[in-house]
Design a protein around this ligand. Structure first.
Ligand SMILES: Nc1ncnc2c1ncn2[C@@H]1O[C@H](COP(=O)(O)OP(=O)(O)O)[C@@H](O)[C@H]1O
Ligand SMILES: [Mg+2]
Length: 240
């Protein structure tokens, strides 16, 4: 085995007396899609933020392509794209202007318009929106700009935090296909979601988190939708 694309080793994050993540370990290879399921407060977002270098682990460590994220966050972040629930973009700029700005921010160099347009095209953003101000974009359209940024920076690892919550089913389905294509093209994907069915459809591995720990690991290919739901609901038994 070579160096995994992502290696989270016994990561712990405490906020004062509250332990948000209580020792999470996982590995992810290129082409894999890991879905994190779990109730609100389970530690999904904090885990993703440690991966991104936005939160420093209290103990344990995270490596992306062998790079220690806490020690070399800039180098690590260049290899990742983050798509949070609300993609933070500049409202007064158009889709292509946002893409140009954020792609240059990470790459350090500017990209030609035809390259940026190819990224928007691949991300599935309709052409007539490319030069319209973000202020008029739907949530699904903003997510597509987020995907275009990931494409422009050639991110090896996509970190997605509830990207389809609040999307209508058609947009969510388009988004899912897009991410699946990126994984088939060799990107690694780690995604927190509340959508059990989509997790079963797109994940190569499902991890269920509760109280900051991974309490179940499921192979979606060997599980039915009902299995995933039962596993999810099962982690609450005896705890309420
Ligand atoms: N910046 C923070 N300061 C204090 N507590 C936090 C902070 N971020 C998250 N937490 C706490 O950590 C726990 C896990 O939160 P989070 O990682 O957001 O869970 P999830 O994404 O699974 O809903 C929660 O109890 C939350 O209140
Ligand atoms: Mg969260």
């Amino acid at each position: 085995m070579g160096t995994p694309l992502l290696h989270v080793d016994a990561a712990v994050k405490r906020f004062g007396a509250n332990t948000a993540v209580a020792g999470v370990s996982l590995e992810l290879a290129a082409g894999e899609v890991v879905c994190l399921l779990g109730p609100n407060g389970a530690g999904k977002t904090t885990t993703l933020k440690m991966i991104l270098g936005l939160e420093t682990p209290s103990s344990g460590r995270v490596q992306v392509a062998g790079i220690d994220v806490a020690a070399r966050s800039g180098d690590a972040r260049r290899r990742m794209a983050y798509i949070p629930e609300q993609v933070a973009l500049h409202e007064a700029f158009s889709g292509i202007e946002n893409l140009r700005y954020f792609a240059a921010l990470v790459g350090g160099s500017s990209h030609a318009d035809d390259h940026l347009e190819a990224c928007l095209e691949r991300a599935g953003l309709q052409r007539d929106a490319w030069r319209r101000r973000l202020a008029g974009y739907s949530k699904g359209m903003r997510q597509k700009v987020g995907v275009a940024i990931a494409l422009a920076k050639k991110a090896e690892l996509l970190v997605l935090d509830e990207p389809t919550s609040g999307l209508d089913p058609k947009s969510a389905s388009e988004f899912t296909s897009l991410i699946r294509n990126l994984a088939q093209g060799g990107a690694g994907v780690i995604m927190a979601t509340h959508d059990l069915f989509r997790a079963k459809d797109m994940a190569t591995r499902i991890l269920i988190l509760k109280d900051g720990r991974i309490v179940r690991t499921l192979d979606p290919n060997a599980s039915t939708y009902r299995d995933v739901e039962e596993a999810y609901l099962g982690v609450f038994e005896g705890s309420e």
